[in-house]
Design a protein around this ligand. Sequence first.
Ligand code: MN
Ligand code: MN
Length: 309
Amino acid sequence: MSYREFPDYFADAETSWPEADYVVYGIPYDRTGSFRSGTAEGPRYIRRAAWNNELYHIPTGLHMESFKIHDYGDLDVSNKDTPEEMVEKGYAFAKQVVSEGKIPILLGGEHNVPMGPVKAVAEAYPDLVVVQVDAHLDYRDEYDGSKYNHANALRRFVEAVGADDVAIIGVRSMEREERAAAERDGVLAHCHTSFDVRQLGIKAILDDIFARFGDRPVYLTIDIDGVDPAYAPGTGTPEPFGLTDWETLEIVKRCAPNLVGMDVVEVCPEYDNGQTAMLASKFVREALFWQLHAQKNGHKVPVVEAKAR
Ligand code: MN
Ligand code: MN
């Protein structure tokens, strides 16, 4: 595949750090991938895909020029870092971003990269809820000898915010033991499988979730494998019978008004023809546009005030 050369930052993220409301950053890490690897290349390809997007947004009538976005680049992590070291770097960085009243937007990397950032955002927002899109339940306590494997994502998020403050949508793969653990901890009730979505419709499921969450701040974590491999083939552990691109967009739209942190992870360019990275870049932009749309209609985003510097 050849592309025209573009800058190596997320398209239109040209605001300086001090002025920015949103900070895009990458964590190019895939040391624990359990099936096929390569998600460390995800941030680079998502950024590149973003340059294909035009600046005007049809459904809201808004324009990218309205946003103050800074792209920090990638954190200084590599697969030589242990998962613990990587998680600590992500935590420290996100802590800084939220302490300045900015919204962190993370490009992965595998699904352990948001473990530190979710913890940092939860500390800044005590009533935070986490909405996860995923094909997998990600509720093992340990995998391959680590608590910070990508198979443990939801388990760590539950530790950060509590079992009643998560919702996971699109699940269609789990082990019996992790299902039992999720049931024991009261998490399974907040798991909405892709079979549920098919049967009940995404709008009804989101109505249920947001009736429960109300107006609380939201962290949205999108494991791109939650989307069906027909739309998002470029991922490490593809699972058929997934969410459509439209259903996932509906999730992004519903989270956007109260979004205070976000990530898109598990994009694996080696297995992609570009559409997976494109979809990931779109989810970021859609979140921004729908957040601003809500603000223009009088909604107050529950973002914390910047601490005095
Ligand atoms: Mn996951
Ligand atoms: Mn997954």
